[in-house]
Ligand binder design. Structure first.
Ligand code: GLN
Length: 627
């Protein structure tokens, strides 16, 4: 008897916790549609973006550009990417296969598409903007083990789809900038309609649209119009079949976005409109453009934004003044992209698999931002130095006519000695240099070996028996070693030393927030020795002896700077990252000394003698990336 009573108590407790978590309605109905407390149905509208025919259509860019147009109108937007894969995050993914691992301020390691959203929206995102199947399943399995399903069987529908809906509604409640309620949630469904692994997302969106009611959803099908060379005309059949596949899931697109190499015209457009039940004025040609930054304006010109406002009945929420201002700022930048540039530059990036741009996508973007603002067309050259040594480096780089060099982040041993040799070359030749994360560590090792007399200086990441350990594991990392290990991740404050190049570039601020992803650091015991030999640590952790920016004095080298963080992750089109601005400005001067008096360069070229000028700019763009 006693035993029986206990069981009842347990059951009651678990039922109560369930109810408090998911609301009474969830327990009472056969359908598991958990609605977060305080959620008001219909208050937030949703735009869902699906891809058909093939992957790689640029769903992220499409969705981010449309979200930007809506944000410019004064609406609060919250984007989310629904990933089909089972990984919990992108932390263990190989960037040479899957593209760069983007790191958010809260330390989330995610898909590079989140970088596109942050750059276009100029809005910091969090882990809630990135959802993988792995996250959904692991949460559900954990809840099942805790008895959270009250003795029911746990199923794809309603439980898995229910969890997707719960997350989307939670994001609606406070996913806008600075935690405000979102007017619009932009949902990018990863992969292609018909993929096995994203089917439950599509079903969840169908359910959500039904529950939220008419006018709450705008479904966009991104599809591809083929134009075979042998036929010389555009064919829409594959696109029709792709959209039909979406309709089989019970989702009627409101808008069709036709990706293609050339503008989609005539019968291809008419046919797909007619076979998809989408009126022609809601069928948009999204052909290839010179730069993704011209896409928002192109969408606007075609009226895509107004169609979305009509579908969701949002015309009343538009702030015309805000929109005019945002458009003006953006078009200034966008016109700079296509404009003739004053200087042509070569910037070398040392990478392992140099052909794969996606592995360094944010670096590419940060250079583009700086080049546009400073009127330089930057040619990036990806240089593989894995087989180069200190003896052969001069020969390897001499002919390349480099105006700047970036040694980017990385893991693993291949190419380390080549990178160290390359840093020696640029340090001795006065070539502008930016070292990022591993590149920062390579600069420390190079300086230690060749300028501070520390023979065989090395990092414990690569050798265990160096007589001069200058890079070693962070104490926190040592503590968790063997436990699967993680990294020092996400946004951290960096204290900036006044009077330094870093301080000059940052406009005199005393600290800046930047994003980290590393396990190793400058060995605290050797900091003083390195400083004595002339290396300047101009950015530090506010309390701990973690070195975060290094540089050489301006009278020793025109531009030599390194960051333990990843400056590329916080560069935004209208707020370019200062260390990249400095690199490109110094590169311009190397390529074209006549531009020394160009006013656009002044904020980024530290005068050789007089460092007291630092701080003349009141605010630094990246000091406040939230914008
Ligand atoms: N491998 C180095 C570390 O873990 C650098 C990491 C990086 O470049 N992201 O510290």
């Amino acid at each position: 008897m006693h035993h029986h009573e206990d069981m009842r108590d347990d059951e009651q407790a678990s039922e109560e916790s369930f109810l408090s978590q998911f609301g009474r309605s969830a327990a009472q109905t056969e359908f598991f549609s958990p609605v977060p407390e305080g959620y008001v149905p219909g208050r937030t509208k949703f735009v869902a973006v699906f891809g058909t025919v093939m992957s790689g259509l640029g769903k992220g860019i499409f969705s981010a550009s449309l979200a930007k147009l809506m944000k410019d109108k004064g609406l609060q937007v919250a984007p989310i990417k629904l990933e089909g894969y089972l990984n919990i995050d992108s932390g263990t993914l190989n960037p040479y296969r899957h593209g760069e691992v983007f790191v958010l301020d809260d330390g989330t390691e995610c898909d590079m598409d989140l970088g596109t959203y942050e750059r276009l929206l100029d809005q910091n995102l969090t882990r809630r903007n990135f959802c993988t199947s792995g996250q959904i399943y692991s949460e559900i399995l954990e809840r099942e083990r805790q008895g959270g399903y009250l003795g029911r069987d746990v199923q794809m529908i309603p439980h898995v789809t229910g969890e997707v809906k719960r997350r989307l509604r939670a994001l609606a409640m406070d996913g806008g900038a600075n935690g405000s309620q979102a007017d619009l949630v932009f949902i990018e469904v990863g992969g292609t309609v018909g993929d096995f692994e994203n089917g439950f997302y599509i079903e969840a969106l169908r359910e959500l649209a039904f529950e939220e009611g008419p006018g709450s959803f705008c479904n966009v099908a991104l599809t591809y119009i083929l134009e075979p060379k042998t036929l010389g005309e555009q064919k829409s059949k594959a696109a029709q079949l792709g959209v039909k596949r979406l309709m089989e899931f019970g989702i009627q697109p409101h808008i069709l976005a036709l990706r293609a190499s050339n503008p989609v015209v005539g019968s291809a457009r008419e046919k797909i409109a007619m076979f998809s039940n989408v009126p022609e004025e809601r069928v948009f040609s999204m052909h290839d453009r010179e730069s993704i930054y011209t896409i928002p304006e192109a969408m606007r010109a075609e009226g895509l934004d107004r169609q979305v406002l009509s579908i969701l009945d949002l015309h009343g929420g538009v702030d015309q003044v805000a929109e005019d201002k945002a458009r003006k700022d953006w078009s200034n930048y966008a016109s700079g992209i296509t404009a003739e540039r004053d200087t042509a530059l070569n910037i070398g990036i040392l990478g392992k698999y140099t052909a794969l741009r996606d592995a360094y996508a944010s670096i590419d973007k940060a250079i583009e931002h700086a080049g546009t603002h400073l009127s330089a067309s930057v040619q990036t050259q990806w240089i593989d130095v894995s087989d180069v040594t200190v003896e052969t480096i001069d020969e390897a780089l001499q002919g390349l006519d480099l105006h700047g060099v970036i040694v980017p982040g990385g893991f693993g041993e291949r190419g380390i000695e080549g990178k160290i040799a390359a840093v020696k070359h640029v340090r001795e030749q006065g070539i502008p240099f930016l070292g990022i994360c591993l590149g920062f560590q390579m600069a420390v090792i190079e300086f230690a070996r060749h300028a501070a007399g520390m023979e065989g200086a090395h990092s414990t990441e690569f050798v265990s028996d160096s007589p001069n350990v200058v890079i070693s594991e962070l104490p926190d990392q040592k503590a968790i070693e063997g436990l699967g290990g993680t990294m020092r991740l996400g946004g951290q404050d960096v204290s900036v030393t006044p009077g330094t190049l870093a301080s000059f570039l940052l406009g005199g601020v005393d600290h800046v927030r930047e994003r980290f992803r590393h396990r190793y650091e400058v060995e605290p015991e050797r900091i003083a020795d390195l400083e004595k030999a002339g290396l300047v640590f101009s950015g530090r952790h506010p309390e701990q002896p973690i070195m975060q920016i290094l540089e050489l004095p301006r009278d020793v080298h025109p531009y030599f700077i390194g960051a333990q963080f990843h400056p590329e992750l916080t560069s935004r089109p209208l707020a370019p990252q200062p260390m990249f601005m400095g690199l490109v400005a110094a590169g311009i001067l190397r390529a074209d000394p006549d531009r020394v008096d160009d006013p656009r360069l002044q904020s980024w070229l530290m005068p050789a003698q007089d460092a007291s000028d630092a701080g003349h700019r009141v605010s630094s763009p990246s000091a406040n990336p939230e914008g």
